[in-house]
Design a protein around this ligand. Structure first.
Ligand SMILES: [Cu+2]
Length: 488
């Protein structure tokens, strides 16, 4: 059974156990009593108890969360108190941990006095009105107003949530979102969330303004790839800096699933663990055929679950090195009785690094038959004015991409810029056409390297208006986005 390190106290019994024990699923949440996790067990029980003479009909578990979105002073690296916006005052926000088949409700209360907010559930297949993108799928939640998100959980894996309003994500409004699988194909003895983020000692809106000033932009084209356009003060693992690192205690012999999320606003990280090869078991949520590597690159909005086997007692540093290679976030994994001792040296790039063409889904992902529509999208940029475009248009001054229900939509993403763009599609999984044929992996975010082309395809099976955009927050705000709209 999986031990959920750091999770608010949900029972980790499987539904099967509960059914065997004759307990209704309302019992699933009984006993969980933390502040941020208020079960609906009491209310649910009055409606959902088995009645003599009536057949037993399973009902979904109904986990509920209360999110209070607040202004907070944050000082994660201990160097400079900064204004932040968080859920329930913590960085990262509280972890959501649910199971497939449940009906999740999150009550959000926007306690900001002068600013709207909106929460996006990143990678979730949900009804469009729950997607949390102001002006695309939802209205923003105004200052001092509430909004209740509720939707069924149709998938499993590691995801996250974050603000989709302005640059709130950069200053703390994000958290982990885990969906457990009772029939996990790539199990581990223990799991741990590893959220990688970047932290500024400046107002991100000022940083953005400066990027937009022609004087600060590069006046000549860079000769090589451009790996970062924002200078950060610190890089964090689960909100903790390298100087006071996040730690995880494990047992020798155990397998540990690290649920690594790229929660930085604009940073790509190279991730490795000292003395431990990594097995990539899940990408962007779904399981893949486990593949052995020594490091992987993860960008904003991407998710990779890496399994390690703790061979012997010790202290092992998890490194998340910025793509530019000049700084790192780190965490320490250690066995009982061994003092966590961070290795602060920056590892050199490993030879055995994960590549897109190494990924294979665990089962065929071939799309059902349907009319085909092919789109070609050129990712472009005007660094002088800091405008980022898709087919020459900068959102919101951009045409929608029209698709029809049931179509198979192919998209060729042609990156003509010198930067990486993690392109994220809301509300759907797409197949990354990486040469794996019928086993092409399912993803919601795919990195397009500088001057390269990637191809994806998906079935238009979730009508609504859906954002498709670069998950570099500054590129998004500078226009690299489009809306996919379903026409009839
Ligand atoms: Cu981008």
């Amino acid at each position: 059974m999986t031990k959920n390190s750091g999770a608010p106290g949900r029972l980790s019994l499987t539904r099967r156990h509960l059914l065997q024990a004759g307990i209704t699923s309302a019992g699933l949440v009984a006993g969980a009593g933390s502040e941020i996790f208020r079960p609906a067990a009491a209310r649910a029980a009055s409606h959902e108890q088995e009645t003599p003479g009536h057949p037993y009909v399973p009902v979904p578990g109904r986990p509920e969360y209360d999110f209070e979105i607040q202004r907070t002073t944050l000082n994660p690296d201990g160097q400079k108190p900064m204004p932040g916006i968080t859920v329930n005052g913590v960085l990262p926000g509280p972890e959501i941990r649910v199971k497939r088949g449940e009906l999740l409700r999150i009550r959000t209360s926007n306690q900001l006095t002068n600013e709207p907010t909106s929460i996006h559930w990143h990678g979730l297949l949900l009804p469009a009105a729950m997607d949390g993108v102001p002006g695309v799928s939802n209205a923003a939640t105004a200052a001092r107003r509430m909004y209740v998100y509720e939707y069924p959980i149709r998938q499993t894996g590691s995801y996250w949530y974050h603000s989709h309003y302005g640059l709130q994500e950069q200053i703390g409004l994000f958290g982990a979102y885990i969906i457990e699988d009772d029939d996990e194909p790539n199990p581990a003895d223990r799991d741990a969330v590893v959220m990688l983020s970047d932290w500024l000692h400046r107002d991100p809106y000022k940083v953005f303004e400066e990027l937009k000033k022609p004087s600060s932009a590069a006046t000549t084209a860079p000769s090589g790839p451009d790996l970062a356009d924002v200078q950060y003060a610190s890089f964090l693992v689960n909100g903790k800096p390298a100087s006071d690192p996040w730690t995880l205690q494990v047992e020798p012999g155990e397998s540990v699933r690290l649920r690594v999320t790229g929660a930085g606003a604009s940073t790509y990280f190279r991730v490795s663990v000292d003395e431990h090869p990594l097995e990539i078991t899940h990408v962007n949520g779904p399981a893949v055929e486990p593949v052995g590597v020594d490091e992987f690159l993860i960008g904003p909005g991407e998710g990779y679950d890496a399994r390690i086997r703790i061979k012997k007692p010790g202290s092992y540093t998890l490194h998340a090195v910025t793509q530019a290679g000049d700084a790192q976030a780190l965490g320490v994994i250690h066995t009982p009785g061994v003092k966590p001792s961070p290795n602060t040296s920056i590892p050199k790039p490993a030879k055995r690094a994960l590549k897109l063409d190494m990924l294979r889904a665990i089962a065929p992902t071939t799309l059902p038959a349907g009319k085909r529509r092919d789109l070609r999208i050129v990712l472009g940029g005007d660094m002088k004015n800091y405008i980022w475009t898709m087919n020459g248009q900068a959102f919101p001054k951009a045409d929608p991409l029209l698709i029809r229900p049931g179509e198979r939509v192919g998209i060729e993403l042609v990156n003509e810029t010198m930067m990486w763009h993690p392109m994220h599609l809301h509300g759907h999984f797409f197949r990354a056409l990486n040469g794996a044929g019928e086993r092409s992996p399912l993803m919601h975010t795919i990195s397009t390297p500088p001057r390269q082309t990637v191809r994806i395809e998906f079935t238009a099976d979730n009508p609504g208006n859906w954002f498709f955009h670069c998950h570099n927050l500054y590129h998004l705000d500078a226009g690299m986005a489009r809306v996919l709209e379903y026409e009839v």
